[in-house]
Design a binder for this molecule. Structure first.
Ligand code: CU1
Length: 159
């Protein structure tokens, strides 16, 4: 391959990546060895019928030591799910089985790993405060954020 050709291929790949990231129904969130997400708010337009969330662990620590997941629920359900997840343990991805409060969840990943979850927005309502959080024991106090579906201005004041 000539240099010019490889530059052309690289440019085409970059353009493709830009298109993928521009899709508002596809979200990318990172986590690290310092027990952090890189986002504190995620807003999905009401036009999305499906949402794809990609969670990357950019650290190096193993899943058993510093594993992270991405779980979506109503904000009021977060602490209950986290407690039940802790009881379920690592073997079950720190998630209670068949828990209807969980809207979407990824598996737990360790450093260098990526995981994806795709879910329908048919169960989501505008104006409700949802939360995304990590169910690894002790993580949700830091690793959580607000998740909104549709116009943020329609958010009700009440929790
Ligand atoms: Cu975590």
């Amino acid at each position: 391959m000539t240099l010019r050709k490889s530059i052309g291929v690289a440019a085409a790949l970059l353009a493709l990546t830009a298109i993928a990231h521009a899709d508002p129904c596809k979200m990318f969130i990172e986590s690290n060895d310092a027990m952090q997400y890189n986002l504190h708010e995620m807003i999905v337009p009401a036009s999305c019928t499906e949402v794809e969330v990609n969670l990357r662990h950019s650290g190096q620590l193993a899943a058993k030591v510093m594993g992270h997941d991405w779980v979506l629920a109503r904000e009021a359900d977060m602490s209950g799910i986290v407690t039940a997840g802790m009881a379920a343990g690592f073997k079950h991805g720190y998630l209670p089985e068949n828990d209807k409060r969980i809207i979407a969840a990824t598996k737990v990943v360790g450093g260098g790993e990526t995981t994806t979850v795709t879910f329908s927005t048919s169960g989501l309502q505008e104006g409700i405060r949802y939360a995304f959080f990590c169910t690894s024991p002790g993580h949700s106090s830091v690793m959580h954020g607000v998740f909104l579906f549709g116009e943020p201005t329609k958010l009700t004041r009440a929790r």
